[in-house]
Write a protein that binds this ligand. Structure first.
Ligand code: CO
Length: 498
């Protein structure tokens, strides 16, 4: 059909603009001299505005309308493309561009206010800004529409088809169990500093990380790894995927696990369907699914004891100065130490999701108007003490620690926990198909693991909603149980083993 060709061309043009903006963003975060920032911000904004205008144009709407009318003439793949594109189109045209502009203006101002308030450890300067961001975000939710709760509309932007009620049902059973696990496994924290404070040469750190991510299945010939302040992954095409990590001179873990985490994202991107690289079906299923891959590679492989047994000789050779600090068992406990921290990004596997639950509970109530910004620090500290057993010393290591709300990312946090839950459920299915993960890792069968993920997840791109994809991949709806089983098995074993 002629309209289908026209739609494809249009989506291709839009995708080119978006990818070009992504190249500029990658460059900004890796190599650009910092005085280039204002010009770069304009360049990126121009490309993004053009992409948005093309996508929300009347012409796109007309093409979609015609194609929907004649959808029985389309094959399944094309029908899904029209459906997925229409859903996104409807969402984007519902938000008035004046609201988008207002939000983008306030968030770019807030970023600097947040940075300063955080470094000064004071809350009051951010209050009017966050009030405005939450007010405008609520407006966005109202424009998008929702059934039960305004937060539904927001989470739907990142995890299509997920509701607040479903999310609450999935997250609630985690709370008490994880609190219990936190108490039970903190004995594993005795080695938490064992290998820190030694010189880890930057060059050696990057070399080791590169070698490991290649072994795991990240294709270096279709990608790169560089350094940035905050690790991230970006894709310009499945054949060109960029990762970054960061180096800590006296702790090998940020670079090492940062690289493996991003490689998990990167492997997903490299396997997305190339035939859809210039339309929406070439995207990942959701942020939760994306994070399921980074956490799977980072934690379920990267912190696995069979994995460490395998790479221990290489690790010792790479960091001779650190290797005298302890043996393999000490090292395994070091990379798996359970120790509640106030800072989310430093959290271990057991307590990480408690950090997310704190943010989910608060942002949900903020959006609904059931909690006021002024009352946030008190609520935050209370929840932190209740769930993590420690209390922030101020707002810098409390409510102001994350950038998300200041840049308007509201409804985004739960995708981190969904990622952890999805990864555990995928792991159970993978094991019932291929045998125990420990054994696959012990015999370096990473290709088999990637092939399984590709079959079940990667190759489908954005064809299915997250709830459908997890059902197809694992035969069950998403549940917190596999994750709880995984944590309990792993840490019971670690506490008995050594
Ligand atoms: Co990630």
């Amino acid at each position: 059909m002629n309209e289908l060709i026209k739609l494809r061309e249009r989506l291709g043009t839009i995708r080119d603009l978006q990818r070009a903006a992504a190249v500029l963003d990658w460059d900004q975060q890796t190599y650009m001299p910092s005085p280039g920032a204002p010009a770069r911000a304009r360049q990126i904004s121009t490309l993004q505005t053009l992409a948005h205008e093309w996508f929300t144009a009347k012409e796109t709407g007309k093409l979609l309308e015609t194609l929907q009318k004649y959808q029985c003439d389309l094959n399944e793949e094309d029908r899904i493309l029209v459906e997925v594109t229409s859903r996104e189109f409807e969402k984007q045209i519902r938000i008035p561009s004046s609201l988008v502009e207002e939000l983008s203006r306030i968030t770019s101002e807030t970023f600097h206010v947040w940075q300063k308030a955080k470094s000064d450890n004071v809350f009051s300067p951010i209050v009017p800004y966050w009030k405005e961001i939450f007010r405008l975000t609520r407006e966005v939710a109202d424009h998008l529409g929702y059934n039960d709760h305004p937060y539904d509309a927001l989470i739907d932007q990142y995890e299509p088809g997920t509701s607040t009620k479903e999310l609450t049902g999935i997250l609630s059973p985690l709370v008490e169990k994880l609190r219990l696990f936190r108490e039970r496994y903190t004995s594993l924290s005795e080695f938490s500093d064992r290998f820190s404070g030694v010189n880890y040469p930057a060059e050696a750190q990057l070399q080791l990380a590169t070698r490991i991510i290649q072994a795991l299945g990240f294709r270096m010939e279709s990608g790169r790894i560089d350094l940035s302040a905050h690790p991230f992954t970006t894709s310009f095409d499945p054949a060109d995927v960029r990762l970054t990590t960061r180096i800590h001179p006296e702790d090998f873990r940020p670079a090492f696990f940062g690289a493996i985490h991003e490689a998990g994202h990167g492997i997903y991107e490299q396997h997305l369907p190339a035939e859809h690289a210039r339309d929406l079906l070439g995207d990942a299923a959701s942020l939760g699914f994306h994070e399921s891959q980074s956490r799977f590679f980072e934690n379920m492989i990267g912190r696995n004891d069979s994995f460490w047994t395998l790479i221990y000789p290489l690790w010792k050779e790479t960091f001779p100065e650190a290797s005298v600090r302890g043996n393999l068992h000490d090292l395994i406990r070091y990379v798996n130490a359970v120790k509640p921290t106030l800072i989310r990004v430093e959290a271990d596997e057991v307590t990480y999701n408690l950090h997310i639950i704190i943010r989910f509970l608060l942002e949900k109530d903020l959006v609904a108007g059931e909690l006021q910004v002024e009352d946030l620090p008190e609520k935050w500290d209370e929840l932190t003490e209740h769930l993590l057993g420690i209390r922030p010393s101020g707002v810098a290591d409390g409510v102001l620690q994350d950038i998300h709300w200041s840049i308007g990312l509201i409804g985004y946090f739960p995708t981190y926990t969904l990622g952890n839950l999805i990864s555990a459920q995928l792991k159970e299915s993978l094991e019932s198909d291929l045998g125990p993960l420990d054994r696959l890792i012990g015999s370096e069968k990473y290709q088999e693991i990637v092939r399984w993920m590709n079959e079940k997840v990667y190759r489908h791109g954005k064809k299915y909603l997250p709830a459908d994809l997890i059902q197809r991949a694992t035969g069950r709806p998403l549940s917190p149980e596999p994750f709880l089983r995984y944590i309990q098995n792993k840490y019971d074993r670690l506490s008995q083993l050594y």
